[in-house]
Design a protein around this ligand. Structure first.
Ligand code: AHR
Length: 506
């Protein structure tokens, strides 16, 4: 059996796990909001119209921050349409997804939902069709305490306390020709700078995210960031990166190695941002906000251009199988490995739209296969990320060249003493022995799970919602400071070391 060697030692520290790495995304798209998180007629609806069954699953999934309201949707959105008495709110054309937007849910409702689900909001402003004025208006409406027209409007709409939204995205994917209000890097960079400056005058506490590339294959990848950041380097805290993956022409080997592409894209954008920082003589280091990432079968979506405008339609409700879940796990490993420079990451999206949670309108909700890697990472990857450097044979991929058979990362929480090793086996044919040097840790018990290994095209459905869940990984032993675990082919594995000195109910 092939062996993958790693060393897990608290001395080899990459950086702290920012809890915002476990973010998610709610867009007014398809059934993410309407019949996803919000469905007033649903039997489980709370007094605000939010589905309690979905809220429970969201709490179990454990996202820490949720980006809203788009996505492409935000680039034509008027936030004012979504506040005030619901029956007086206008219906509008949503140009991005060719939908009739009822505006039943707006920023105040979203904030109510955030409080119920225990997540931090991350708000995007429209820099497609709008500018600094509307962005500062929204910020004043949300964060100014009282005594101005906009803050008093919020109060009269029922939100007496400010929403105190701290993280703001300066638009969405404005490098993309599909974006309403698509701009050149210079046009966007200037607009981002002037909007950032004005927004900071309203509330200096905020953290700002400049739009980076929509994906690493964009013709302007990295040059977009270089130009944009020349305009706004000192005014923003993060630059965004979006990355979606799918198998091309049945090439599972490359698909399983998607994390390699994300790794390289992060390295490229960090280098680009640091280059601009160096040119400007700045000691500040920007962080990345990977605020849209996931598996997305774009090949199954014909696009929206030919669609009729309708009130509601399902869009990109991908059904994830076991392989997809393993790829999601490997993308989480990549994000954690870059904890020194990636400060925010949002899996896109949360419910129904390429999501870990699926719902039936009026009916059930359930966990997709890909729910589990996210939930486990959000729950167990705490404290500090450790550099583990897997040493293992590689395999050849059509898209990314030679790629290690196993990818892994580990976290160590100095407060609890808990260690979590997260590992994927990318081999489609063989188990791999993970041999971990764990001598640095005191006596511990091991708790390990695996997802994968067989029935790779199995999905969870309303009828069989538990078809794919993590199961105990029993092929693990620890002796003399070495941990050995057999990782099944195409699998996502979580191996925890819990100090014996601690009584854990977890
Ligand atoms: O998440 C779906 C869409 O993907 C978002 O609206 C957009 O930002 C991205 O292209």
């Amino acid at each position: 059996m092939t062996t993958a060697h790693i060393t897990v030692d608290p001395a080899y520290r990459i950086g702290e796990v920012d809890r915002r790495l476990f973010g998610s995304f709610v867009e007014h798209m398809g059934r993410c909001v309407y019949t996803g998180i919000y469905e007033p007629d649903h039997p489980t609806a709370d007094q605000h119209g939010f589905r309690r069954d979905v809220l429970e699953l969201v709490r179990e999934l454990g996202p820490t921050i949720v980006r809203y309201p788009g996505g492409n949707f935000v680039s034509g959105y008027r936030w004012e349409d979504g506040v005030g008495p619901p029956q007086q709110r206008p219906r509008r054309l949503d140009l991005a997804w060719r939908t009739l937007e009822s505006n039943e849910v707006g920023v105040d409702e979203f904030m109510t939902w955030c409080r119920s689900s225990g997540v931090e909001p991350m708000m995007a402003v429209n820099l497609g069709t709008r500018g600094a004025q509307e962005a500062t208006d929204l910020l004043e409406y949300c964060n100014h305490s009282e005594g101005t027209a906009l803050s008093d409007l919020r109060r009269s709409n029922g939100a007496k306390e400010p929403h105190d939204i701290l993280v703001w995205c300066l638009g969405n994917e404005l490098d993309g020709p599909w974006q309403v209000g698509h701009k050149t890097a210079d046009e966007y960079g200037r607009l981002a700078a002037e909007t950032a400056r004005a927004m900071r005058m309203v509330d200096p506490r905020i953290e700002l995210v400049a739009c980076g590339s929509s994906h690493s294959a964009m013709p302007t990848f990295a040059s977009w960031e270089a130009t944009v950041l020349e305009h706004c380097y000192d005014l923003v805290d993060y630059v965004s990166l979006h990355s979606y993956y799918e198998p091309h022409a049945g090439d599972v080997g490359s698909f399983l190695a998607s994390g390699v592409d994300l790794d390289r894209a992060i390295d490229a954008i960090v280098a680009t941002a640091d280059h601009v920082g160096a040119r400007l003589g700045s000691s500040k280091r920007l962080r990345l906000s990977v605020d849209e990432w996931n598996v997305w079968y774009q090949q199954n979506f014909d696009g929206q251009d030919e669609l009729e405008y309708v009130e509601r339609r399902a869009l990109i409700e991908d059904n994830y199988d076991v392989t997809d879940a393993v790829v999601v796990g490997s993308l989480l490993i990549t994000l954690l490995r870059h904890a020194d420079r990636v400060g925010i990451a949002c899996q896109a999206q949360l419910v129904n739209v390429i999501a870990p949670i699926l719902t039936r309108a009026g009916g059930a909700s359930w966990r997709q296969t890909a729910f589990h890697p996210f939930a486990q990472a959000a729950r167990f990857a705490r404290g500090e990320v450790l550099r583990v450097e897997p040493r293992v044979t590689t395999y050849d991929t059509a898209r990314y060249g030679d790629v290690p058979l196993v990818d892994a990362t580990a976290t160590f929480d100095p407060d609890s003493g808990d260690v979590a090793i997260l590992a994927v086996n990318r081999s489609t044919s063989e188990s791999v022995l993970l041999d971990a040097d764990v001598r640095a840790f005191e006596a511990h018990r091991v708790a390990a799970t695996t997802l994968g290994g067989a029935e790779l095209d199995r999905t969870n459905t309303a009828a069989e919602p538990e078809a794919v869940t993590p199961r105990a990984l029993t092929a693990v032993d620890t002796t003399d400071g070495r941990l050995r675990a057999t990782l099944p082919p195409v699998s996502w594995n979580v191996i925890r070391l819990v100090p014996l000195t601690k009584e854990h109910s977890r």
